[in-house]
Design a binder for this molecule. Structure first.
Ligand code: GLN
Length: 487
């Protein structure tokens, strides 16, 4: 048994195994104990697969360690990633009791790589939200201060990593749902280029935006996990054909040749003072180390937000039509078919999901289609073009991940627009399909983490990861900051 697994990285765990100091079942048990101790105050997990995980860990053969990059590494998955024979609820009543008959491609890859799936994490229902408060089942608390939200929608995964209950986790990002909770919980979260990671087995929210991605304590672990889960998958027709080139190897490269940039007029952006300072410090550090930091014209962020919420809701209204009480999960038994549909959906979906379905149906309806859906598609094309222009001039763009540090639980639940604004810096990467990562930079005066986002051009994850790694060294967050209260 290990007493302090909370701070272990993937490399630390591999070292322990290669020195034959511990067995996978002991490492797993230590994490399970930590979950038992910490999770009652955090609420990160919806399901824990204790027996199954112990069984899996016990069958791992140390002789195979070299060929298995995640040998004996416990991992948590957001509960919208299908796991064969194990519940996958999307934190929704409508999928309560649903057990998928297949594994998502990422889950197959994790298993092949020797990872042990420890459990599934809480999220906003169907990944719609920015605080994890839209879960139908429970609240998740921010490990840095349990009065605060962990962000969302992958709040359970980010909080689990921040509190050291797992070394790494997977989340999904449709408009910022990996990066924003990573930022609010003081961990690293990344989404790749659209198509980099297979969506096969990810329960669809907005298919032209959705991507699965890693959350870890540092850039290296995140890159390591990304290397395992990414790559072409014939089951996902939108997955990128070419092979994925290693991000971990890219960490060894110097950043001498990279051109950095920030949004023009970044000092005037509408940000919390401590977030503004963190961005200012980042620019100062880069300039002090002799780098030019250009100012670039980013797409209009408010127009991008509107574009995102129109298109994502439109896609959601179509994707969620399948929950009709016939094939999946919850069914309200009624006398007529129509009543069964109505009651099933009325009782099975939460408020926010209904709001999205209604909005999505409205923007797609004849008479409004041109005014909303088709206009938002045009805005999307313009944003893609804007980024193409930006990345023909510079290699990376740096922004805050979120305009504020974590907000209190309950603070924004009754104000959807305020909640949506949490994503002002993250949605553009999904609209344009480009890679983006959030890394923790510093703490706010209240002791809450602040993340900085690095974006790069299409398929330029290697540039993004090198820039993020250099900034991570400069921020030195992990060694300067003692860690979350509950961690
Ligand atoms: N917060 C955004 C939304 O509610 C993004 C969600 C996500 O990335 N899954 O749509």
């Amino acid at each position: 048994m290990l007493h302090d697994v909370g701070k272990l990285t993937i490399a630390d765990i591999r070292r322990l195994y290669s020195e034959e100091r511990v067995r996978p079942a002991e490492v797993l048990e230590s994490y399970l104990n930590r979950i038992e101790e910490k999770d009652p105050a955090i609420g990160a997990f919806l399901h824990i697969f204790k027996e199954k995980a112990i069984e899996e860990a016990e069958t791992l053969d140390i002789a195979l360690m070299e060929s298995k990059p995640l040998f004996g590494v416990p991992i948590a998955l957001k509960d919208n990633i299908c796991t064969k024979g194990k519940p996958t609820t999307c934190a929704s009543r409508i999928l309560e009791g649903y057990v998928p008959p297949y594994d998502a491609t990422v889950v197959e890859r994790l298993k092949e790589a020797g990872a042990v799936i420890i459990g599934k994490t809480n999220m906003d229902e169907f990944a719609m939200g920015s605080s994890t408060e839209n879960s139908a089942f429970q609240l998740t608390h921010n490990p840095w201060d349990t009065d605060y939200a962990p962000g969302g929608s992958s709040g359970g995964s980010a909080a689990a990593v921040a509190a050291g209950m797992v070394p790494v986790a997977l989340g999904s990002d449709t408009g910022g749902s990996i990066r924003q909770p990573a930022s609010l919980c003081g961990v690293v979260g990344m989404k790749g280029t659209y198509g980099r990671v297979s969506r096969y087995g990810l329960v669809a929210f907005a298919s032209s935006f959705d991507q699965i991605g890693p959350i870890g304590k540092n850039v290296r672990d995140t890159a390591f996990l990304m290397d395992v889960v990414s790559g072409h998958d014939p089951h996902d027709s939108t997955s990128i054909q070419e092979s994925h080139s290693s991000l971990v190897e890219a960490l060894e490269e110097e950043i001498g040749d990279l051109t950095f940039s920030v949004p023009r007029g970044f000092r005037d952006l509408d940000l919390s003072p401590s977030v503004r300072e963190a961005l200012g410090e980042t620019v100062e550090y880069l300039r002090n180390s002799g780098r030019e930091v250009r100012e670039v014209e980013l797409p209009d962020l408010e127009a991008a937000m509107a574009c995102y919420y129109i298109l994502a809701d439109a896609e959601a209204s179509s994707n969620l039509a399948r929950y009709d009480g016939v094939r999946y999960g919850y069914r309200h038994r009624a006398d007529s078919l129509i009543e069964m549909y109505e009651k099933t959906r009325g009782e099975g979906f939460g408020e926010e999901v209904k709001r999205r379905i209604l909005t999505g149906t409205y923007v797609l309806s004849s008479g409004y289609y041109d005014e909303y859906y088709s206009r938002a598609q045009k805005v999307r094309a313009m944003i893609i073009e804007d980024f193409r222009r930006v990345f023909s001039e510079v290699d990376v763009v740096i922004t805050p991940t979120s305009p504020t540090p974590a907000f209190k639980l309950g603070e924004k639940v009754d104000n959807p627009i305020a909640m949506y604004l949490s994503d002002i810096f993250t949605t553009t990467a999904n609209i344009a399909g480009i890679p983006a990562i959030s890394i923790p930079a510093r703490l706010s005066p209240e002791g809450l983490p602040i993340g900085i986002q690095v974006m790069a051009g299409l398929k330029e994850e290697r540039k993004m990861i090198r820039a993020a790694y250099a900034l991570e060294k400069e921020f030195d967050f992990q060694s300067k900051v003692s860690g979350p209260e509950v961690g």
